[in-house]
Design a protein around this ligand. Structure first.
Ligand code: EPU
Length: 337
């Protein structure tokens, strides 16, 4: 374990923002993590996972700890179910492909999501009608006060839309070191009802899809709509889809009768933030080397060389404009650092 100094974090965040970490260490075991947290050498610490859900707006005057724990393993298998354990530093999409390659189902709709396995439970990643919580079994997390490893069950994580205990009252108190998933084997329950998947499978001429077909369809949809962070810096959805009261929705409908919406409960309605941003005139807008993606208004992009502050200011302008036009507040999904 080697501590480095004045390291650029550009390769470690999918937005490609060039900020400096005063100190930097890549950690590949729980023992190393424990020794860092029990030492007083660097009192300020900052945890870095896949760097796919953060906007860095300043240099980090701390020890940046890059979680690089690797390994995946099958540890229980029946005719229809399998339990797999994956270490936090594994790339999410590579893990999904590994499960599919073994014939395990459940993660196919979550193909091509950027980021690492260890951060996936924090915001309960989700796409195309499936969320992480649907296959999450347990995770192990290092308690940063006691330096003991604790196990969290699915229920204990209190998963919700882009939310979990690790974003709420346990925020900053734990580092997730590995995640166990319960996946299907031989018999799979596919989720293809999400509009775009059905259309994509039809395009592929498939009417009896396998988990591999669903994954391919999801990859094709994502590639057609979402920019590849290896080519254009971005963090996926920059904002969450706002959930508003039925009363606020009826008011919105008076002025915008065609506003798309999903019913969450008797009193709550979810509005796609992408629609709000597009109808506020921002879709595809560029401001020099950054802007709003042309195919999906929820995604802010860095075309190269933009600063985190540039993107933060744009996000604030979007938020203010949406309040003015629609009287709706949209919250960021990415963490602003
Ligand atoms: N829409 C627009 N204009 C846009 C984008 C969207 O009008 O530019 C409207 C359309 O009405 C469209 C609706 O929004 O039908 C929904 O769009 P989409 O299916 O693309 O989904 P989303 O709600 O914009 C969410 C997730 C994505 C996930 C997709 C697919 C959030 C914040 N985002 O986006 O997640 O891939 O559904 O399931 O919930 C991510 O979290 O990084 C991410 C990409």
């Amino acid at each position: 374990m080697q501590i480095q100094h004045n390291i650029s974090l550009k390769p470690f965040n999918t937005f490609g923002i060039d900020v400096i970490a005063k100190h930097f260490v890549s950690v590949s075991s729980i023992e190393d993590l424990k020794s860092i947290f029990s030492s007083e050498d660097y009192p300020q610490k900052f945890i870095l996972g896949g760097g796919s859900n953060m906007l860095l707006t300043k240099d980090i005057d701390a020890l940046v700890i890059h979680l690089n724990l690797k390994g995946k393993q099958i540890y229980s298998k029946t005719k229809t179910e399998v339990l797999v354990k994956c270490q936090a530093g594994e790339n999410w999409h590579e893990f999904v492909l590994w499960t599919l390659d073994k014939g395990f189902g459940g993660l196919e709709n979550l193909s091509l999501i950027p980021g690492n396995v260890g951060t996936s439970p924090i915001q309960n990643i989700g796409a195309y009608g499936v969320e992480l919580k649907d296959t999450f079994y347990t995770c192990e997390a290092l308690n940063l006060k006691t330096l003991e490893v604790e196990t969290f069950t699915n229920e204990e994580c209190k998963f919700d839309y882009r939310n979990s205990i690790f974003k709420q009252h346990a925020k900053g108190e734990y580092i997730i070191v590995n995640v166990d998933f319960k996946l299907s084997y031989n018999t799979h329950a596919l989720h293809t009802n999400y509009g775009a998947i059905t259309t994509e499978l039809k395009k592929m001429d498939i009417d009896q899809p396998t988990i591999h077909d669903v994954s391919k369809a999801v990859i094709a949809i994502r590639e057609s709509k979402l920019p590849n962070p290896k080519e254009i810096g971005n963090s996926g959805s920059f904002f969450k889809n706002p959930i508003i009261s039925k009363r606020a929705f009826l008011k919105l409908q008076e002025n915008f009768p065609n506003a798309p919406h999903y019913i969450v409960s008797d009193t709550k309605i979810k509005i796609p933030a992408g629609w709000l941003i597009e109808h506020a005139g921002f879709k595809g807008k560029t401001f020099g080397n950054f802007g709003v993606h042309k195919k999906q208004a929820l995604v802010l992009v860095n075309y190269g060389g933009a600063s985190g502050t540039d993107i933060l200011k744009l996000s604030q302008l979007i938020q203010e404009t949406i309040v003015r036009i629609f009287d709706i507040k949209i919250e960021t999904e990415v963490n602003i650092i």
